[in-house]
Design a protein around this ligand. Structure first.
Ligand code: DGL
Length: 288
């Protein structure tokens, strides 16, 4: 990794010393536990791949911050992950994917995959009546990233968006079925009930953790789109196309990193993944 800037390079180029190798892990990052929804989808779709996960729990939430701050955090996350010699980076965060994916792709030498494109494609394919809801963090909703992506895929869509920031701390708390979660979700989602949407994009990777409550509030007639599940297929296609599928017969490895509150992360992660996580380390991110 080298942060020295040279002429004709974008600022903060994140270089890695060796060329991508198929047996290297895939790096995944988010501000907290939300990216585990992407981790779980990747683990299911690509069971032979080694995975590295970073949750920037010291600086969550990202979704209430400015574009500049989100970009800086994302570059620091990606620098840490790339130093682990990953072969690809999955931005397991809609907020970063909405406002900083372009910047990360400029800065990183390995493929960087975000969740907006895959989630949008799935939503557009799923909706029968062309009325789609999007929920996400304030930064994601303000960016209009889902609207732009979906509009470019299908004419005549009616898209209704709403920021639901309080769902992030509820997911971090592990309050998956808690009455407070139900009350908050009902308050946020009430307006959607009169819009006749048949599809709702969970435009924040924390939200699938609360999927049961969200589905109950919206009713079974509305399909929920989990962008984490959608991105797993795209990662598989991309690795295949680039000849980067792991071939080794040795067992895969996984490593989790957080920047704070490891105990709390472990509790929610183990509950959500339904198994113990072996390797969890608290680290400090280098500042750019
Ligand atoms: N999980 C993240 C997302 O998908 C961000 C939550 C936050 O840090 O605000 O947007």
């Amino acid at each position: 990794m080298d942060f020295n800037r040279q002429e004709n390079e974008p600022p903060f180029t994140i270089r890695h010393s060796s060329p991508a190798n198929a047996d290297a892990p895939i790096g995944i990052f988010d501000s907290g536990v939300g990216g585990l929804t992407v981790f779980r989808a990747l683990e299911k779709r690509l069971p032979n791949e080694s995975l590295i996960y970073l949750g920037d729990t010291a600086r969550i939430p990202y979704g209430t911050r400015s574009k500049e701050t989100i970009e800086r955090y994302a570059l620091e996350d990606a620098a840490f992950i790339q130093a682990k010699n990953v072969k690809a980076i999955v931005i397991a965060c809609n907020t970063v994917s909405s406002v900083a994916a372009h910047r990360l792709r400029e800065a990183c030498e390995v493929p960087v995959l975000g969740v907006i494109g895959p989630g949008s494609r799935r939503a557009v394919q799923q909706s029968r009546n062309g009325r789609v809801g999007v929920i996400g963090t304030e930064a994601t909703i303000a960016s209009g990233a889902y609207e732009k992506a979906m509009m470019s895929l299908r004419d005549g869509l009616k898209i209704i968006s709403r920021a639901c920031p309080l769902l992030v701390p509820l997911a971090e708390e592990g309050w998956m079925e808690h009455p407070v979660t139900r009350q908050v979700a009902t308050e946020y989602l009430e307006d959607f009930r009169h819009t006749e949407i048949d599809t709702l994009v969970l435009g924040c990777t924390h939200y699938p953790i609360l999927k049961n409550v969200i589905q109950q509030v919206m009713g079974d007639a509305v399909s929920l789109i989990d962008s984490g599940e959608a991105v797993a297929d795209v990662v598989a296609e991309r690795l295949c196309a680039e000849g980067l599928m792991r071939q080794s017969a040795a067992p895969r490895s996984e490593q989790f990193y957080v920047t704070d509150s490891a105990r709390r992360f472990r509790k929610v992660a183990e509950y959500f993944l339904g198994r113990p996580i072996e390797s969890l380390e608290t680290i400090e991110l280098g500042q750019l």
